[in-house]
Design a protein around this ligand. Structure first.
Ligand code: NZQ
Ligand code: ZN
Length: 388
């Protein structure tokens, strides 16, 4: 049965190969001071930086820059950007890049005018925002996180070895996001497929929970089938516009809050993966792929009917003559084959994890209660060992 909920997604999306044409119109809605946030240089190489600067100039904006936003943005970087945002009284933060830039922009948006240490307030104490929020806009260049249309902002603290996501409310969602699939063409294959798995895992995190006949589960099965289909095409030909645009759109729907409405969710792969990320600084999607098979095989017996449904509806397993366990296991086997086929990292050793880190990684993985099995610390260690 669907639970009670309210649904509103305030982000305006501009989708398609001409979507950057809408940036000027959006910029015109805000004051003159813009903080441009971008990563390690991919947008300069691709020419997107020059295009965006030209549009900003045309709109007569004073532009302040924070460059070098790293994958898995750090708390030190956050403090640096907050100072610039506050000193220059910025009216809009414009993120041009992947999920890290979009997440980072949201973190700056709520932290610049925060009276306390934002790491402690938002990430350790998980408190709501009660200060001025600077509006955020995004031009997305990497597909996967869904950050372009949600309130998530993940920050890493290397000193305490914690990578934590705060899911902020609708007032922190980007005001607008520009999604041009062609801007993702320059992504290295490693990043591209890591993003594909991030999408699949966002969906499975929300799918493998609850027993009800939930509309969201049917939507998610469709999204997963479309993703699996298009990912195979994109891996063969990264310039296939149809495949890349479908995947971009699936990524947004996978984590723009809609499919989670009225149902419970799991998120345990992300909790373990994020802790792996805190120790290794590895690419987000790969931290998820590397622990997923051990996790899903571990919880399968506790959610057998759903794993059977997943095998049949998503992976086209023929149920005839097989037990429920066999059907479910075949579904996971097909999932693993697809993961290997598209080139994902399938073990955490490859990401830099060593045996002496396992206890610490398990300690840093927050235990969620919405999945089919509430894990103990020892079970997380076991899953990590199996993922080596
Ligand atoms: O920094 P640059 O030079 O731009 O290079 C980036 C970066 O090295 C590169 N890249 C991005 N677009 C490119 C490109 N290179 C060439 N051409 C392009 N078009 O790709 C690398 C990775 O970028 P990043 O933004 O870090 O990747 P992603 O989009 O996967 O974001 C990862 C971050 O998002 C968080 C993750 O934890 C991680 O910190 N997440 C945010 C979520 C949310 N807001 O809801 C949910 C996710 O589960 C995730 O946790
Ligand atoms: Zn993710």
């Amino acid at each position: 049965m669907l639970g009670n909920f309210s649904y509103c997604n305030p982000t305006r999306l501009y989708f398609g190969e001409d979507s950057l044409e809408n940036l000027g119109g959006e910029l015109a809605k805000y004051g003159s001071n813009v903080l441009l946030v971008y990563g390690g240089g991919s947008i300069k190489k691709s020419g997107l930086y020059d295009q965006v600067i030209n549009i900003l100039k045309k709109e007569k904006k004073a532009v302040f820059e924070v460059s070098g936003v790293m994958p898995n943005p750090t708390v030190e970087k956050l403090y640096e950007a907050c100072k610039i945002a506050k000193e220059n009284n910025v009216d809009l933060i414009l993120a041009v890049g992947g999920g890290s830039c979009c997440d980072f922009a949201k973190a700056v948006s709520v932290s610049a005018w925060c009276q306390e240490d934002p790491w402690e307030k938002y990430y350790l104490r998980m408190e709501d925002v009660d200060n001025k929020i600077i509006p955020v806009g995004c031009v997305l260049t990497m597909v996967g996180t869904g950050s372009e249309m949600n309130g998530g902002a993940v920050i890493t603290n290397h000193e305490s070895k914690l990578k934590i996501g705060h899911v902020f409310g609708e007032n922190v969602f980007p005001k607008f996001s520009i999604l041009n699939p062609k801007l993702t063409y320059t992504l290295p294959k490693y990043q591209m497929v890591a993003g594909f798995y991030d999408i699949l895992n966002h969906i499975t995190e929300q799918y493998f929970s609850g027993e009800d006949d939930c509309t969201s589960d049917y939507i998610m099965e469709g999204l997963m089938k479309s993703l699996i289909h298009s990912s195979r095409i994109a891996v063969q030909n990264p310039y296939d516009y149809e495949a890349r645009s479908n995947i971009m759109w699936i990524a947004t729907w996978a984590l723009n809050t809609l499919v989670a409405k009225g149902k419970t969710t799991d998120w345990m792969v992300h909790m373990i993966g994020q802790s792996v990320g805190a120790y290794t600084d590895a690419t987000h999607g790969m931290t998820l792929s590397a622990v997923s098979m051990a996790y899903y095989r571990h919880i399968m017996p506790y959610g057998l009917p759903k794993f059977k449904r997943y095998a049949i509806n998503v992976w086209d397993v023929n149920p005839e003559g097989s037990s429920d366990e066999e059907i479910a296991a075949e579904g996971l086997a097909r999932m693993e084959n697809w993961m290997r086929e598209i080139g994902l990292v399938m073990n955490i050793r490859e990401l830099g994890v060593t045996e002496d880190m396992l206890e610490g990684i398990a300690d840093g993985a927050f235990i969620m209660t919405g999945g089919y099995k509430e894990l103990t610390h020892d079970e997380i260690v076991e899953i990590l060992k199996e993922s080596m």
